[in-house]
Design a protein around this ligand. Structure first.
Ligand SMILES: [Zn+2]
Length: 216
């Protein structure tokens, strides 16, 4: 019998889940939209339905479920403290109700930490003793593997490089600080800088692209 696990990735737009083999091969993939209804019960039910469907599409029953969620996670207690994109996830016990419904062990992890672990086990960091994984998108996240193990730090924020302050007088950041790496070099920050350049007239090619006329 092949050993498989279910991996979940929950964001503000979509809830994704996959059945994955021990070798890291994705066998089944499924996603649904995150419910607009922000009640915790509605979100938990949608997640439970998604995980059950993925479980049932596999040939062998998975041995565990692991869920990646953006935000502040208490992995030991299975609780999402705060998730910026899913308002229903506030001091919400995620693993206990899902484990009860599915009859499988369920764990949660911060999404950037889970990505770091994924790269270490199956990706670019395979075989490395230490690894820092950076996620670049709307924001900047990070996860840290030390001596082959995920390092969470005292409050689960180890490796979160996005809020290192580069310039105390820099642009304000969503975290309340100023001049963080994310506020300076994240996707939103790049967009703002590009807009300023276009408006000042100092980036004519960028202005053409923004107006839908690709530069020749
Ligand atoms: Zn910040």
């Amino acid at each position: 019998m092949a050993r498989t696990v279910i991996a979940g990735d929950f964001g503000g737009t979509n809830l994704r889940a996959a059945l994955v083999s021990e070798a890291g091969e994705v066998l089944v993939r499924q996603e649904v939209s995150t419910p607009a209804d922000t009640s915790p019960d509605a979100v938990l039910e949608r997640i439970g339905d998604l995980l059950a469907e993925v479980r049932d599409r596999g040939e062998d029953p998975p041995v565990a479920v692991s869920l990646a969620v953006a935000g502040l996670i208490d992995a030991d207690r299975g609780i999402v403290m705060v998730s910026p994109n899913i308002p229903a996830f506030r001091n919400l016990s995620l693993t206990a109700p899902l484990s009860e419904r599915l009859g499988i062990h369920v764990s949660i992890e911060n999404d950037a930490s889970a990505a770091a672990l994924g790269e270490h086990r199956c990706g670019a960091g395979r075989g490395a003793r230490h690894l820092l994984h950076a996620t670049l998108g709307t924001g900047i996240g990070g996860g840290l593997v030390i001596d082959g193990r995920l390092y969470r730090g005292a409050q689960g924020l180890a490796g979160e490089i996005g809020h290192i302050v580069l310039d105390p007088a820099g642009p304000p950041c969503g975290c309340g600080s100023r001049g963080c790496l994310e506020a300076t070099a994240g996707g939103v920050a790049f967009g703002r800088r590009a807009q300023r350049l276009v408006e000042s007239g100092s980036a004519p090619i960028l202005a053409e692209i923004a107006a839908g006329q690709p530069a020749t």
